[in-house]
Design a protein around this ligand. Sequence first.
Ligand code: FES
Ligand SMILES: [Fe+2]
Length: 399
Amino acid sequence: MRITQPGFEHHLRSGPRASGFAWLLRDIRPSQRHNRIVDAPLAASRRIVEGGGHVSAIRVTEAWYIACLVRELGSTPLARTVLGTPLVLFRAEDGKAAALLDRCAHRNVPLSLGRVSDGQLECAYHGWRFDGGGHCRKVPSLCTSPGFKRSIVPHYATRESEGYVWVFMQPDVEPPSEPFRLPLLTECGYSTVRRTVETEATLHATVENALDVPHTAFLHGGLFRGSGERNRIKAIVTRQADRVQTEYVGEPRPEGMAARILAPRGGTVRHFDRFILPSVAQVEYALGEDTHFMVTSICTPVDDFHTRMYAVVSFRVSRLPAWLIKLVLYPVAMKIFGQDVAILRAQTKAIQEFGGENFTSTDLDLMGPQVWRLLRRAEQGKLGEDDDPAWRREIDIEV
Ligand code: FES
Ligand SMILES: [Fe+2]
């Protein structure tokens, strides 16, 4: 599928995603027609869809996002869109990843149509050459130096870390922070699986889905949690300046197929759901003494209604080899993936068709409103501040 908005040059895939450990399966690539949105100024915290309603779309620019996998960045320019901003990535003269706005300063042709020559990005139209900092280094046929004193194409700071190329989405600045670091990657006894999945949903809806417990018994009934008897447990939500966490206390091992395979001896569940600004959803499960899963989904908001998730599953299952876990859980996780991606797509379609959101929440919607609050504050430049650091909520729920 191809996005039709000007400047969006990327084929988007919508892929199933799922809550919990279902992430350890492979990338999935269904596709769906993209609905046209009306773009709004970057500073606005809510985007306008046709019809004029509000949508929980947000653009936190003072933050790091994953632009691509390190292995995707080869000898040719790579076009990527982040936060609705077209970027071009390439390897500069020093061999490091560079990211520029994908718009030639001369006549605005996408630089990603060009080529990389001696670590400089050469525009496909008149051959102007740019370095990794966005400076014009050469204008073909011009007998003198181009004479531009400053960078003339906005550039974005990059980092290569843990297999990903990250970009800091404020142009022409030295970032005040470093990208998110993944846990458990080098921990003894853990295996790791990485997958990239795209959803047709806002960052907020995608994160909420990843961290939402109540839908697992309903939408995924019988696959993860059982569809039969419910258990009353306690949910404790706590908040820090850059994150919100829900801890679920007292849950017995679920009766669904996947949980039976992972923890045949039963036991209790230790379960944490976390959101970490600007875009990390993390689900941690320990099932009995046998199994520990950490699913870290680092989200890149491609645009207001498309989110790419870089999911990293680190797991330890005693007594069972990692390859067997993947083999046995594959069909279960495929089903969960399909259900989640379909419901998110349907949600987005309905919101767009009705011209905006009209949400109603209860106490059971533990994470969504808190995630939205953090995102709003971050967009307003209050990243890392919390006006009520002692905030905490405890409720009883049935799962
Ligand atoms: S448009 Fe790029 S060199 Fe002219
Ligand atoms: Fe789900």
